[in-house]
Design a protein around this ligand. Structure first.
Ligand code: ADP
Ligand code: GLC
Length: 487
């Protein structure tokens, strides 16, 4: 098939979280399966130097945005057979220190930046000479593309069949902007209503995609069910219920070329499910790197996370207050809300021999934390898919997760299947519930033979992309049904 992906983040070019990982890996997996794939994404700061072989696409062009004509410059790159990157090159919008905002706030012109991005993507979808058959857009940053294409289809006399698919990676980020920004799209006002882009008087980019895409997916089967309920629906549950027939949940895969425990440039010591001994050495190296007392016998818990309410960081802080008395160690790499950053720094100051905190974004350290930790904490309030628990499984860090979204779909608790258990699950959103799960982890740690079995089960679990690619191909061809809606 011929597929055009559109995303505000694509690893290895840009990433603030799992969205970048997922789109980068999906693109490579589709290309490796023999499909023709294009990816439209912004040319962010630093990429011109990092990716020197960029080639400008075609002659100069413009898009009309509101009352302005804005130059449309696109740089291309073919990193591997079957895959072409289309970088939207507008230094004024995209060459900034961050992707979406700084100092805990969004850039004030995000509407303009991503309406422009969507206008360019919609033009490419129609004009690229290889004629994509499916346009697969990701999250709010590309949410306007299906509506722009629908408008062209209906009103510009353009008849080619082009299927649009929208993937929701996180319903909590909707791209909400003042209603007057809708004028930037140059769409007729009849799209700005209850059934279209409008949401309580504002422009809602994600809602536009959900309302107008031919098919909708999200990144785990359980989250697909959850988002149709008021509890998880972030105000869009009624629309999602109305579109339930077009909604499918497909669990993300892992790029095991990137997330591997042998031959990984970030790790001091190689290991595997068959030869697990090296994991212990990575633990000692991690304790040393983070200035914690080095001890093979001290249970080590880790997290790598955006520091936002979604990730249950309040539970982590509450449960650790209670559990640090047992002598366990905890390491955290994260960045996000200044309040949470300071709370974790404070915990590290109070427990310098047990808690190490690094605030920032550091891919190398994220691999070393997964490899060095005995247990991985992910007590999310909600989790569309979650990738870190999948990485933890492969790295032998037993995940402790709240049973929600993709966490519930990917981790096996002993209560569900004693023989195939890979992690520890809890349900209540409360610090005591996480503390209880940590107590279970400590009991597991005291039984090395059982711990070994958990690790082995996790390391051998297969979340490779083949299964997910098959799911997306069914959606691309219109063959996928809605997920079952039993609770
Ligand atoms: P989300 O996308 O909601 O943040 P995921 O678990 O799907 O959660 O993906 C998070 C991705 O971002 C993982 O690849 C994780 O390693 C990475 N990540 C998050 N925070 C950091 C950080 N501070 N440094 C390095 N990588 C990080
Ligand atoms: C979002 C979600 C996360 C998911 C990722 C990739 O960032 O929060 O759960 O794994 O997207 O799909």
């Amino acid at each position: 098939m011929k597929i055009l992906l559109v995303s505000g983040e694509v690893h290895p070019y840009s990433k603030t979280g799992g969205l970048g990982d997922m789109v980068g890996a999906l693109a490579r997996a589709l290309a490796a399966a023999g499909h023709q794939v294009g990816v439209v994404t912004p040319l962010y700061a630093g990429l011109r130097a990092k990716v020197p072989d960029l080639q400008p696409l075609g002659p100069a062009a413009e898009v009309v945005m509101g009352w302005r004509r804005v130059p449309m410059v696109v740089q291309t790159l073919s990193p591997e057979p079957g895959l072409t990157m289309y970088f939207v090159d507008h230094p004024g919008y995209f060459e900034r220190p961050a992707l979406y905002g700084e100092h805990g706030g969004d850039y004030p012109d995000n509407a303009e930046r991503f309406v422009f991005f969507s206008l360019v993507a919609a033009r490419l979808a129609v004009e690229l000479p290889w004629r994509p058959e499916v346009v697969h857009v990701h999250d709010w940053q590309a949410g306007l593309v299906p509506i722009l294409l629908q408008h062209q289809r209906l009103h510009a006399g353009w008849r080619r069949s082009l299927r649009t698919v929208m993937t929701i990676h996180n319903l909590a980020y909707q791209g909400l902007f003042p209603g007057w920004d809708f004028a930037l799209t140059n769409l007729p006002a009849d799209y700005f209503n209850l059934h279209g882009v409008e949401f309580y008087g504002q422009m809602n980019c994600l809602k536009a995609g959900i309302a107008f895409a031919d098919a909708i997916t999200t990144v785990s089967p359980r989250y697909a069910r959850e988002i149709t309920t008021p509890e998880y629906g972030c105000g869009l549950d009624a629309l999602l219920r109305a579109r339930a027939g077009a909604l499918t949940g497909i669990l993300n895969g892992v790029d095991y070329e990137e997330w591997k425990t042998s031959g990984n440039r970030y790790l001091p010591c190689a290991y595997s499910a068959r030869q697990p001994a090296g994991k212990g050495k990575n633990k000692l190296a991690l304790q040393q790197e983070l200035d914690l007392p080095v001890g093979a016998d001290t249970p080590l818990f880790g997290s790598v996370t955006r520091l936002t309410d979604q990730k249950g960081v309040d539970l982590t802080l509450g449960a650790l207050e209670e559990m640090l008395g047992t002598g366990l160690q905890y390491v955290l790499l994260g960045s996000g809300s200044p309040v949470w950053e300071e709370a974790f720094r404070d915990l590290a100051r109070r427990f310098p021999r047990q808690v190490a905190v690094r605030i920032g974004f550091d891919p190398g350290l994220s691999h070393r934390i997964e490899a060095g930790s005995d247990f991985y904490l992910m007590p999310s309030k909600f989790e569309p898919c979650g990738l870190n628990q999948l990485y933890s499984l492969r790295y032998g860090a037993v995940p402790i997760v709240r049973a929600t979204g993709g966490l519930d779909d990917s981790v096996v608790d002993i209560a569900a299947d004693a023989e195939h258990a890979t992690g520890i699950k809890f349900t209540e959103y409360a610090p005591w519930a996480l503390a209880k799960a940590i107590r279970k982890a400590l009991a597991l740690y005291a039984e090395p033979a059982l711990l070994k079995e958990y690790r082995r089960n996790g390391m051998l679990a297969d979340f490779s992309w083949d299964r997910a690619v098959a799911g997306y191909l069914r959606v691309y061809t219109g063959a996928a049904g809605a997920p079952s809606f039993h609770p």
